[in-house]
Design a protein around this ligand. Structure first.
Ligand code: C5P
Length: 400
């Protein structure tokens, strides 16, 4: 089930070129089953008209303090009542200035002042406006007032200049909003994860790998950030963008992954091995491309070390979580792995239910037994895993 289902988001749109991204954000929110009330300022409406937002949300847009739809004439107060969040994207320098000083001279600024839900703003402006001391002062004031600041990003600007001040992309804002709505179950925790496949070189162009997409590990890293953790993600070769707020280290082989993990593990509270690490590597990787011969070709393999088992067996081991992707007898193998590798929890799934796809059906195995989670998108499965992990951490005093 989507976190946004049945939740109402008030989206304020002020007058910046980035307003077109607000239309895309609206589409993403509606697709996630959120109810979206769009509040357009006069300048915002010059960039994207109300008809676009009305078509996307199926609701009429709010533009005036004197809107007659509210029987009590109190749109400036009632619109945020019961809302999950008020997000202003784009937020211009002018809007930030007004907000910092408590102006209330149109519907959006009045709503911000009268809100009873979290307020997030996504600045969008030319780099010099962003760096201007006046904007810096206003920014510091907004932060001090507990307002969430999303971005801005560094990049090309509509004016042709390059620098800080570009509004985050719609998908990034969606992710930030989603994260802001999560309970901070892992606040103050440091989480290290591995994800994706490994690649064991045979020669400069060939190697042994597997079909892991990395999607589950990346979704879990994202969910840990959303739950307030400080996250390091060590990834094998995947084609996925780095989740916001995650420190990512790219590796290729299992041996490189092991070295990166062992270097990063001191000081971590949790280690989650999601990567599909190759059990074996070619004994001798050829420096040059292996040439075709006439007869059979025999490949000699040697074992890789089990990274997760090694971390779990070390002194001062963090809380260790493993994944078990099995093609049959899930409970037997997953629970067996949990005990053999001395793990706090194993996330088990049947390969036919998860590998490479966007959804997954998993069962969590811990000392108390098996806890099946409903089949869902990997992003929702990740939230379920984090919730269970947070509960187990409450009583964790170190592995035996
Ligand atoms: O024993 P199996 O490979 O099925 O165990 C899977 C779990 O162990 C996963 O969590 C995986 O990330 C981890 N693993 C590891 N290093 C290996 C093999 C598996 O960390 N060499």
């Amino acid at each position: 089930m989507s976190e946004f289902q049945g939740r109402r988001i008030v989206l304020g749109v002020t007058g910046g070129v980035a307003a077109y991204k607000a239309a895309e954000l609206t589409r993403l929110l509606v697709k996630a089953d959120a109810e979206v009330d769009v509040v357009l300022t006069a300048a915002g409406a010059r960039f994207v008209g109300p008809a676009s937002f009305q078509a996307l949300t199926g609701r009429r847009v709010w533009q005036a303090l004197w809107d007659e739809r509210m029987d009590n004439g109190m749109a400036h107060i009632d619109l945020t009542r019961g809302a999950a969040a008020l997000l202003v994207a784009p937020a211009t320098a002018d809007f930030m200035a007004k907000l910092a000083h408590g102006f209330a001279d149109d519907l959006l600024t009045t709503l911000c002042l009268a809100r009873d839900c979290p307020l997030l703003v996504a600045p969008a402006m030319n780099r010099q406006m962003w760096e201007n001391p006046a904007t810096r002062r206003n920014l510091a004031q907004l932060r001090a007032d507990g307002i969430g600041i999303l971005g801005p990003a560094h990049g090309e600007q509509a004016c042709g200049e390059v620098g800080e001040g570009r509004m985050l992309e719609a998908a990034e804002l969606f992710e930030e909003l989603h994260a802001s709505m999560q309970v901070k179950l892992l606040r103050g925790k440091r989480v290290l994860l591995t994800a994706g496949p490994t690649f064991e070189a045979l020669d400069p162009v060939r190697g042994l790998t597997n079909l892991s997409s990395g999607k589950m590990g990346f979704a879990l890293a994202r969910a840990c950030v959303a739950a307030g953790a400080e996250v390091t993600l060590i990834s094998g070769p995947v084609n996925l963008p780095t989740p916001r707020g995650v420190q990512r280290i790219d590796v290729r082989s299992a041996a490189q992954m092991r070295d990166a993990v062992l270097a990063a593990v001191p000081g971590q509270d949790v280690f989650i091995g999601v990567a599909a690490v190759a059990d074996y590597r070619p004994r001798d990787a050829s420096e040059h491309k292996i040439k075709k011969g006439s007869g059979a070709f025999t490949l000699e393999l040697e074992p890789n070390s089990d990274i997760l088992a090694e971390v779990a067996a070390s002194g001062e081991a963090p809380f260790c979580v493993g994944f078990a992707a099995e093609s049959r007898d899930l409970a037997k193998y997953a629970e067996g792995k949990r005990v053999a590798k001395k793990l706090g929890m194993v996330v088990g799934n049947l390969v036919q239910d998860g590998l490479g796809g966007d959804s997954n059906a998993v069962t969590l195995f811990d000392a108390a037994g098996a806890h099946p989670l409903p089949a869902a998108a990997k992003s929702d499965v990740a939230l379920g895993i984090v919730a269970h992990l947070a509960k187990l951490l409450e009583t964790f005093r170190g592995h035996d």
